[in-house]
Design a protein around this ligand. Structure first.
Ligand SMILES: C[S@@+](CC[C@H](N)C(=O)[O-])C[C@H]1O[C@@H](n2cnc3c(N)ncnc32)[C@H](O)[C@@H]1O
Length: 206
């Protein structure tokens, strides 16, 4: 316990203030894409801080979270599930989002299809993008610092833009907006952090 506290001290003092401004910017951009009065599911909500911040930008949203663990108390209503089948009927939400979650999931295609199933129309993904030869190393390092000290397992499953497009196609999703970059940092830091707003291919038939 003491060793963990000592080892994570630099992370808590240096990286946590940075993480907080990262999450605020993320929340601001996602809130803009949710639309007024939407019922939103936050997949992999963790402590619900990002969802809470999103609601500060767009108070009309109703946001529920799901996660596979409850290491921290949640700031929004959070439901635990097995990581396979989302515990909701088809078409339950206007928007289903996953922020920095899919690269923690080995079978992200499966989770994308589940997100599609419970969404009436939109799916919002904030994740990482491999866009340079050192991306895998750079992103893995950032993931280790940002998640392992908090007990969040990493599987380092990063995709290039081309691979994202392929996954979205396989899940019958088309790009509605974006990808836009998280408006934080510069150059490669921004390019590594895309936001995709996706739409179900048959949404107009619902
Ligand atoms: C890096 S955190 C991101 C948390 C939050 N979305 C945010 O933006 O602050 C990744 C989260 O994904 C969760 N997670 C991992 N596998 C998952 C799965 N199959 N379904 C839902 N959540 C999952 C982890 O437990 C963790 O809370």
């Amino acid at each position: 316990m003491l060793l963990r506290a000592v080892l994570t001290f630099p992370i808590r003092t240096v990286l946590e203030p940075l993480a907080s401004s990262y999450k605020r910017q993320l929340a601001k951009q996602i809130a803009f894409h949710c639309g007024e009065g939407a019922r939103v599911l936050d997949v992999g909500c963790n402590d619900g801080l990002v969802a809470y911040m999103i609601k500060e930008y767009e108070p009309s949203l109703a946001i529920v979270g799901v996660d596979v663990q409850a290491r921290k108390p949640a700031m929004i209503k959070r439901i635990l599930y097995d990581g396979r089948r989302l515990p909701f009927p088809d078409n339950s939400f206007d928007v289903v989002m996953a922020n920095d979650v899919l690269h923690h999931v080995a079978n992200m295609g499966w989770l994308l299809k589940e997100m599609r199933r419970v969404s009436k129309r939109y799916i919002i993904i904030k994740d990482h993008q491999k866009c340079a030869f050192f991306s895998q190393f750079f992103l893995s390092l950032a993931d280790c610092f940002g998640n392992l000290p908090y007990g969040i397992p990493c599987v380092f499953n990063y995709k290039s833009l081309h691979e994202w497009a392929q996954l979205f196609g396989e899940a019958d999703l088309k790009l509605a907006v974006g990808p836009e970059n998280l408006e934080l940092g510069f150059g490669l830091i921004r390019q590594h952090n895309p936001i995709f707003k996706l739409e179900k291919l048959n949404a107009q038939n619902l």
